[in-house]
Design a protein. Structure first.
Length: 212
Protein backbone atom coordinates (compact mmCIF):
# COMPACT_ATOMS: atom_id res chain seq x y z
CA UNK A 1 0.00 0.00 0.00
CA UNK A 2 2.80 2.42 0.92
CA UNK A 3 4.53 1.66 -2.36
CA UNK A 4 1.42 2.44 -4.37
CA UNK A 5 0.91 5.72 -2.47
CA UNK A 6 4.51 6.73 -3.05
CA UNK A 7 4.21 5.92 -6.74
CA UNK A 8 1.07 8.03 -6.96
CA UNK A 9 2.82 10.96 -5.26
CA UNK A 10 5.77 10.69 -7.65
CA UNK A 11 3.36 10.68 -10.61
CA UNK A 12 1.61 13.81 -9.36
CA UNK A 13 4.94 15.54 -8.78
CA UNK A 14 6.13 14.64 -12.28
CA UNK A 15 2.93 15.75 -14.00
CA UNK A 16 3.96 19.42 -14.43
CA UNK A 17 7.27 18.28 -15.91
CA UNK A 18 5.50 15.98 -18.38
CA UNK A 19 3.07 18.72 -19.39
CA UNK A 20 5.92 21.17 -19.90
CA UNK A 21 7.67 18.60 -22.07
CA UNK A 22 4.55 18.17 -24.17
CA UNK A 23 4.24 21.93 -24.65
CA UNK A 24 7.91 22.08 -25.66
CA UNK A 25 7.38 19.33 -28.23
CA UNK A 26 4.47 21.25 -29.76
CA UNK A 27 6.48 24.47 -29.87
CA UNK A 28 9.41 22.67 -31.45
CA UNK A 29 7.16 21.46 -34.24
CA UNK A 30 5.45 24.85 -34.43
CA UNK A 31 7.79 27.74 -33.54
CA UNK A 32 4.84 30.09 -33.29
CA UNK A 33 3.50 28.02 -30.41
CA UNK A 34 0.01 27.50 -31.83
CA UNK A 35 -1.69 24.17 -32.33
CA UNK A 36 -1.56 23.23 -36.03
CA UNK A 37 -5.30 22.50 -36.11
CA UNK A 38 -6.35 25.93 -34.80
CA UNK A 39 -9.22 27.38 -36.83
CA UNK A 40 -11.01 30.69 -37.07
CA UNK A 41 -14.78 30.95 -37.02
CA UNK A 42 -15.54 34.38 -38.48
CA UNK A 43 -17.21 32.92 -41.59
CA UNK A 44 -20.95 32.43 -41.23
CA UNK A 45 -22.68 29.68 -43.23
CA UNK A 46 -26.29 28.65 -43.54
CA UNK A 47 -27.57 25.06 -43.61
CA UNK A 48 -26.79 24.72 -47.34
CA UNK A 49 -23.19 25.90 -46.97
CA UNK A 50 -23.80 29.34 -48.47
CA UNK A 51 -21.56 32.06 -47.05
CA UNK A 52 -23.35 34.95 -45.34
CA UNK A 53 -22.17 38.45 -46.11
CA UNK A 54 -19.99 39.45 -43.13
CA UNK A 55 -21.54 42.40 -41.25
CA UNK A 56 -18.21 44.04 -40.40
CA UNK A 57 -16.56 44.50 -43.82
CA UNK A 58 -15.82 48.12 -42.93
CA UNK A 59 -13.42 46.87 -40.23
CA UNK A 60 -11.36 44.56 -42.45
CA UNK A 61 -7.63 45.20 -42.95
CA UNK A 62 -6.38 46.81 -46.15
CA UNK A 63 -3.89 44.67 -48.10
CA UNK A 64 -3.62 46.32 -51.50
CA UNK A 65 -5.36 47.80 -54.54
CA UNK A 66 -4.98 48.17 -58.28
CA UNK A 67 -6.61 49.93 -61.22
CA UNK A 68 -7.44 47.97 -64.35
CA UNK A 69 -5.27 45.02 -63.35
CA UNK A 70 -5.65 42.00 -65.64
CA UNK A 71 -4.05 38.55 -65.71
CA UNK A 72 -4.18 38.34 -69.51
CA UNK A 73 -2.58 40.38 -72.30
CA UNK A 74 -5.39 42.90 -72.75
CA UNK A 75 -3.78 46.35 -73.21
CA UNK A 76 -4.43 48.93 -70.52
CA UNK A 77 -6.70 51.74 -71.72
CA UNK A 78 -6.44 55.24 -70.29
CA UNK A 79 -9.96 55.98 -71.44
CA UNK A 80 -11.45 52.79 -70.01
CA UNK A 81 -9.06 51.60 -67.29
CA UNK A 82 -11.37 48.99 -65.80
CA UNK A 83 -12.21 48.62 -62.15
CA UNK A 84 -10.50 49.67 -58.98
CA UNK A 85 -9.82 46.40 -57.16
CA UNK A 86 -9.35 46.61 -53.40
CA UNK A 87 -8.26 43.65 -51.26
CA UNK A 88 -9.00 43.41 -47.53
CA UNK A 89 -8.45 40.66 -44.96
CA UNK A 90 -10.67 39.68 -42.03
CA UNK A 91 -9.11 41.23 -38.88
CA UNK A 92 -8.87 38.03 -36.85
CA UNK A 93 -7.21 36.24 -39.75
CA UNK A 94 -4.70 39.06 -40.18
CA UNK A 95 -3.82 39.06 -36.49
CA UNK A 96 -3.29 35.29 -36.63
CA UNK A 97 -1.03 35.70 -39.66
CA UNK A 98 1.02 38.40 -37.92
CA UNK A 99 1.57 36.18 -34.89
CA UNK A 100 2.25 32.87 -36.65
CA UNK A 101 3.42 33.69 -40.16
CA UNK A 102 0.78 31.49 -41.78
CA UNK A 103 -2.94 31.48 -42.49
CA UNK A 104 -5.32 29.72 -40.15
CA UNK A 105 -8.17 27.64 -41.49
CA UNK A 106 -11.15 29.96 -41.79
CA UNK A 107 -9.10 32.94 -43.01
CA UNK A 108 -11.07 35.23 -45.35
CA UNK A 109 -9.99 37.71 -48.02
CA UNK A 110 -12.27 40.27 -49.67
CA UNK A 111 -11.77 41.53 -53.23
CA UNK A 112 -14.07 44.45 -54.11
CA UNK A 113 -14.64 45.87 -57.61
CA UNK A 114 -15.32 49.63 -57.79
CA UNK A 115 -16.20 51.55 -60.92
CA UNK A 116 -13.47 53.97 -62.01
CA UNK A 117 -14.73 57.54 -62.26
CA UNK A 118 -13.13 60.82 -63.31
CA UNK A 119 -14.05 64.47 -62.94
CA UNK A 120 -15.68 63.87 -59.57
CA UNK A 121 -15.78 66.90 -57.26
CA UNK A 122 -12.42 68.72 -57.52
CA UNK A 123 -10.72 65.90 -59.47
CA UNK A 124 -9.20 67.23 -62.68
CA UNK A 125 -6.99 64.29 -63.68
CA UNK A 126 -6.81 60.60 -63.01
CA UNK A 127 -9.51 58.33 -61.60
CA UNK A 128 -11.23 57.79 -58.27
CA UNK A 129 -13.26 54.81 -57.00
CA UNK A 130 -16.98 55.05 -57.67
CA UNK A 131 -19.74 52.69 -56.48
CA UNK A 132 -18.86 49.11 -55.62
CA UNK A 133 -20.31 46.81 -58.29
CA UNK A 134 -19.52 43.48 -56.73
CA UNK A 135 -17.10 41.64 -54.50
CA UNK A 136 -15.79 38.17 -53.87
CA UNK A 137 -14.68 36.45 -50.70
CA UNK A 138 -11.89 33.89 -50.69
CA UNK A 139 -12.10 31.45 -47.77
CA UNK A 140 -9.03 29.38 -46.99
CA UNK A 141 -10.08 26.29 -45.06
CA UNK A 142 -8.37 22.92 -45.52
CA UNK A 143 -10.84 21.16 -43.25
CA UNK A 144 -14.00 22.37 -44.92
CA UNK A 145 -12.96 22.28 -48.58
CA UNK A 146 -11.14 19.46 -50.38
CA UNK A 147 -9.11 21.96 -52.42
CA UNK A 148 -8.36 24.05 -49.32
CA UNK A 149 -9.94 27.14 -50.87
CA UNK A 150 -13.41 28.36 -51.81
CA UNK A 151 -14.57 31.49 -53.62
CA UNK A 152 -17.92 33.23 -53.18
CA UNK A 153 -19.14 35.92 -55.60
CA UNK A 154 -21.47 38.67 -54.36
CA UNK A 155 -23.35 41.14 -56.54
CA UNK A 156 -24.61 44.19 -54.65
CA UNK A 157 -26.79 44.01 -52.59
CA UNK A 158 -26.62 40.19 -52.25
CA UNK A 159 -26.48 38.96 -48.66
CA UNK A 160 -25.28 35.38 -49.25
CA UNK A 161 -23.51 33.34 -51.90
CA UNK A 162 -22.78 29.72 -52.76
CA UNK A 163 -19.20 28.59 -53.35
CA UNK A 164 -17.96 28.28 -56.90
CA UNK A 165 -17.71 24.60 -57.88
CA UNK A 166 -14.46 22.64 -57.34
CA UNK A 167 -11.90 23.25 -60.05
CA UNK A 168 -13.21 26.77 -60.76
CA UNK A 169 -11.02 29.27 -62.65
CA UNK A 170 -10.36 31.06 -59.34
CA UNK A 171 -8.88 27.88 -57.83
CA UNK A 172 -6.85 27.11 -60.95
CA UNK A 173 -5.43 30.63 -60.94
CA UNK A 174 -4.75 31.20 -57.24
CA UNK A 175 -3.26 27.88 -56.20
CA UNK A 176 -0.40 27.67 -58.75
CA UNK A 177 0.27 31.41 -59.05
CA UNK A 178 -0.27 32.80 -55.56
CA UNK A 179 3.03 33.62 -53.90
CA UNK A 180 1.87 32.32 -50.52
CA UNK A 181 -0.60 29.54 -49.76
CA UNK A 182 -2.87 30.18 -52.72
CA UNK A 183 -3.06 33.96 -52.23
CA UNK A 184 -1.54 36.72 -54.35
CA UNK A 185 0.72 37.85 -51.52
CA UNK A 186 3.07 39.27 -54.15
CA UNK A 187 0.53 42.08 -54.58
CA UNK A 188 -0.17 42.65 -50.86
CA UNK A 189 2.57 44.76 -49.21
CA UNK A 190 1.54 43.99 -45.58
CA UNK A 191 1.75 40.23 -46.29
CA UNK A 192 4.79 40.10 -48.53
CA UNK A 193 6.85 42.36 -46.26
CA UNK A 194 6.25 40.06 -43.30
CA UNK A 195 7.17 37.07 -45.45
CA UNK A 196 10.23 38.77 -46.89
CA UNK A 197 8.91 38.28 -50.43
CA UNK A 198 8.96 40.71 -53.34
CA UNK A 199 7.13 40.90 -56.65
CA UNK A 200 10.34 40.42 -58.59
CA UNK A 201 9.08 42.94 -61.13
CA UNK A 202 6.83 40.43 -62.89
CA UNK A 203 3.19 39.56 -62.44
CA UNK A 204 2.26 35.88 -62.26
CA UNK A 205 0.84 34.14 -65.30
CA UNK A 206 -2.28 32.17 -64.42
CA UNK A 207 -3.05 28.80 -65.90
CA UNK A 208 -6.41 30.10 -67.18
CA UNK A 209 -7.27 33.61 -68.45
CA UNK A 210 -9.00 35.90 -65.98
CA UNK A 211 -12.70 36.36 -66.60
CA UNK A 212 -12.80 39.91 -65.30
Amino acid sequence: MVGRVNARIVTLLMLPVLLAGARYAVQAADPAGAAPDESLHAAGYDATGSLQRPPDLDRWVYLGSSLGMSYNDTPFSLEHPGDFQVVLMEPGAYEYFKQHGRYADGSMFLLSFYEAERGVSIDRAGFVPGPRRSFEIHVLDRKRYAEGHAFFLFEEPTRQSSALPPGSPCIKCHVPNGAFDGTFAQFYPPIRERLGKSTGGAAPKPSTPATR
